[in-house]
Design a protein around this ligand. Structure first.
Ligand code: HEM
Length: 432
C-alpha cells in the first residue's frame, strides 16, 4: 500500500464488523484519525476508502476499464454473471445502453401515472387511528410499482407472492460470503428455489408477450424489443438476470429511503407543515416532479441517512488517485458516501436535518452521491426519485400521520442497505 496514506491497525474482522454495523461511527473515527482518504483492512486485503470529493471525482471520471466490480463473485452467485451489477468493461457499457432508456425520460414520465394510481390505492386502504410501520407500507408500495412498471403485471398476480418469498428469504450472509452460496446452507437453498420459481413465472410472462406481440410499455416489454448495436436482442438468460437485478437493487432501497423520510418529517412539525402546504392538491406527476421543497426533503434524508453507505470498485490496472499516488491493480476502492455526506466543510452542522440547505446551494455530484457516480451510477436513480416524490405527495396530502415512537429509529444493516431498526411505527390521525 502507498506509504502516503495510513489507516487503522486493528484486525480486519474488527474493522469490517465496525463498518458493517456502525458505519457512521467507523467512518468518522477513521477520517478524524487518518484523513479523508485512508486504508482499511478486510478479508480481501487492504481497501482504499475515500471521503474526499476530489478523489471521488477522479474515481468516477476514470476510464471505465480502470475498474471491475467489487465482490463480483458473491454478487454473481445471487444475481447471475450477466447482471449489470456484476459485469464490467465493454459488456457493462453495452448493457447500460439498453437498460437506461426504459428507466428515463419519456418512459419514466409515462410510469408517473401508474405510480400515482398505486400510491392512491395504498393510501385508500389506510384507516383512521390505525397504527402501522412506515416501512411495511413503503415496501408494499414499491413492490407494486416494480410489478406494474417493470414486469407489467397487477398486484394480484402470482409473481407478487413469488417475489415476496424470494425477497424475504434473502440472507445477508449469503450475499457477503460466497462460500455460503451452496445448497447445504439452508437460506441459500431457499433463495435458489425461490429464484427458480421467479424465473419460471418470468418465462411464462415472456412467452405471453411474444405470443400477443403487443408492447405494454413496461420495462420487460421494452427489453424484449430492444436491440444491441449489432442488432442482436437481449437473450432470455440476460433478461432474467437484469430483471432480477432491477428488483433486488430497486425495491428495498426505495422502500427504506421513504421510511426514513417519514421518520424525519413526522418528528419536525415545521418541516411537515411546509411540505404539506407544498404537496396539497398536487395530482399531476410531472408537477410533483418539480416541487422544490419535496425534493429538498428527500435529498436531505438521503444525505443524512444514505441507504447505501459506499460505492465500491476494484482496480484492474494501476490507478493514479492523484499525482504521485498510484493504487496498484487488484485493490478494492470504496467511495464513502456516508463520510462525504457528513463533511462539515460541505454541510455545516452535518448532523442536523435541514432540507433548506439543498434550496440554498446545490451540491456537486461528488458532494451529494446517494446513488454513487460515474459509469456505475445507479440506473434507477431518476426512477426512484420520481416514485418517492409521487408516493410522499399522495400520502401526505391525504393522510394526517403522527409518529408513535418517542425516539428516532436506529440505523441497522439489512444486506447492503441501512434501514430503520423499528420500521418507523406511526399512527393515522385522520384522512383528508
Ligand atoms: C433510494 C433508492 C436507491 C438508492 C439509494 C440506490 C443506490 C445505488 C447505489 C449507491 C449504486 C451503486 C452506484 C455506484 O457504484 O457508483 C446503485 C446501483 C444500481 N442501482 Fe440503485 N439505488 C436506488 C434505487 C434503485 C432503483 C429503483 C433501481 C431500479 C429500478 C436501481 C437499480 C440499480 C442498478 C441496476 C445498479 C447497478 C448499476 C451499475 O453497476 O451499472 N436502484 N444504486
Amino acid at each position: 500500500m502507498p506509504l502516503a496514506l495510513s489507516g487503522p491497525r486493528r484486525p480486519a474482522l474488527a474493522q469490517m464488523l465496525h463498518y458493517a454495523f456502525r458505519p457512521e461511527e467507523a467512518v468518522q473515527r477513521n477520517i478524524v484519525r487518518y484523513g479523508s482518504t485512508h486504508w482499511i483492512k478486510s478479508f480481501a486485503g487492504p481497501v482504499l476508502a475515500t471521503a474526499s470529493p476530489d478523489h471521488a471525482r477522479r474515481i468516477f471520471a476514470a476510464d471505465p476499464d480502470t475498474f471491475a466490480t467489487f465482490a463480483a463473485v458473491s454478487l454473481s452467485g445471487v444475481l447471475g454473471e450477466r447482471s449489470v451489477l456484476v459485469t464490467h468493461g465493454p459488456e457493462h457499457r453495452r448493457q447500460r445502453k439498453l437498460l437506461t432508456p426504459p428507466l428515463h425520460g419519456p418512459r419514466l414520465r409515462a410510469f408517473g401515472e401508474q405510480m400515482r394510481a398505486i400510491a392512491l390505492d395504498h393510501v385508500a386502504r389506510l384507516r383512521e387511528s390505525q397504527t402501522l410501520r412506515a416501512h411495511d407500507l413503503t415496501t408494499e408500495f414499491t413492490l407494486d410499482v416494480i410489478l406494474r412498471t417493470v414486469f407489467g403485471v397487477e398486484s394480484g398476480s402470482e409473481l407478487r407472492a413469488i417475489l415476496l418469498g424470494m425477497l424475504e428469504g434473502f440472507s445477508p450472509l449469503a450475499v457477503f460470503a460466497p462460500m455460503l452460496q451452496r445448497p447445504w446452507f439452508p437460506p441459500f437453498r431457499k433463495y435458489l428455489a425461490a429464484r427458480e420459481a421467479f424465473y419460471a413465472s418470468l418465462d411464462r410472462l415472456i412467452a405471453e408477450r411474444r405470443r400477443s406481440g403487443t408492447s405494454r410499455g413496461d420495462v420487460l416489454s421494452l427489453l424484449l424489443e430492444a436491440r444491441y448495436d449489432d442488432g442482436a436482442p437481449m437473450d432470455e438468460t440476460e433478461i432474467r438476470q437484469q430483471l432480477l437485478t432491477l428488483l433486488i437493487a430497486g425495491h428495498e432501497t426505495t422502500a427504506i429511503s421513504l421510511a426514513w423520510v417519514l421518520d424525519y418529517v413526522l418528528r419536525r412539525p415545521e418541516v411537515l407543515t411546509r411540505l404539506i402546504d407544498e404537496v396539497r392538491g398536487q395530482t399531476d406527476p410531472d408537477a410533483i416532479a418539480k416541487l422544490p421543497y419535496l425534493g429538498a426533503v428527500i435529498d436531505e434524508t438521503m444525505r443524512i441517512s444514505p441507504v447505501v453507505t459506499d460505492a465500491p470498485r476494484l482496480t484492474r490496472v494501476p490507478f493514479e488517485l492523484e499525482p504521485g499516488l498510484v493504487i496498484p491493480a487488484g485493490t478494492p476502492v470504496i467511495v464513502l458516501i456516508e463520510g462525504i455526506h457528513r463533511d462539515p466543510s460541505i454541510y455545516p452542522d452535518p448532523g442536523r436535518f435541514r432540507p433548506e440547505r439543498f434550496l440554498e446551494r446545490r451540491p456537486s455530484p461528488t458532494e451529494f452521491l446517494p446513488f454513487g457516480g460515474g459509469h456505475r451510477r445507479c440506473l434507477g436513480a431518476a426512477f426512484s426519485e420520481h416514485e418517492a416524490r409521487i408516493f410522499l405527495a399522495t400520502l401526505l396530502s391525504r393522510a394526517e400521520l403522527e409518529t408513535v415512537s418517542p425516539t428516532p429509529s436506529a440505523r441497522v444493516r439489512r444486506n447492503v442497505t441501512m434501514g430503520p431498526a423499528d420500521g418507523v411505527p406511526l399512527r393515522v390521525r385522520g384522512l383528508r
